[in-house]
Design a protein around this ligand. Structure first.
Ligand code: SF4
Ligand code: SF4
Length: 104
């Protein structure tokens, strides 16, 4: 179990969550190079501190995540699994382009 960042963060990335996370598991910490931020499911301690800080309600506990955003569980985890391999992460993001685009 972990907290998950979903679609509302896309292109907002105000970093409020990064400032309060006690274990620094929200990346990239400056938001650079990514459409959104991601929570490392292996490092998140489920403290819930980030959730109320988000101005667009992008952060939810995994079990409370609205169904339409369930694909973001995988996206958050894959960022950390693939970040040591930028080509693999870029290919994965390309495959999820429709998901990672800001809704109109
Ligand atoms: S729930 Fe706590 S540990 Fe997990 S990402 Fe949010 S602030 Fe960090
Ligand atoms: S507080 Fe919300 S909008 Fe801001 S970076 Fe974190 S998840 Fe994204």
């Amino acid at each position: 179990m972990a907290y998950v960042i979903a679609a509302p963060c896309i292109e907002v990335k105000d970093l409020s969550c990064v400032e309060v996370c006690p274990v620094d598991c929200i990346h990239p910490i400056d938001g650079a190079g990514e459409p959104m931020l991601y929570i490392d499911p292996e490092e998140c301690i489920d403290c819930g501190a980030c959730e109320p800080e988000c101005p667009v309600e992008a952060i939810h506990a995994e079990e409370d995540l609205p169904e339409e955003w369930h694909p973001f569980i995988e996206v958050n985890a894959r960022y950390f699994a693939l970040k040591a391999d930028p080509a693999a992460w870029a290919a994965y993001k390309k495959s999820k382009a429709s998901l990672l685009r800001k809704a109109e």
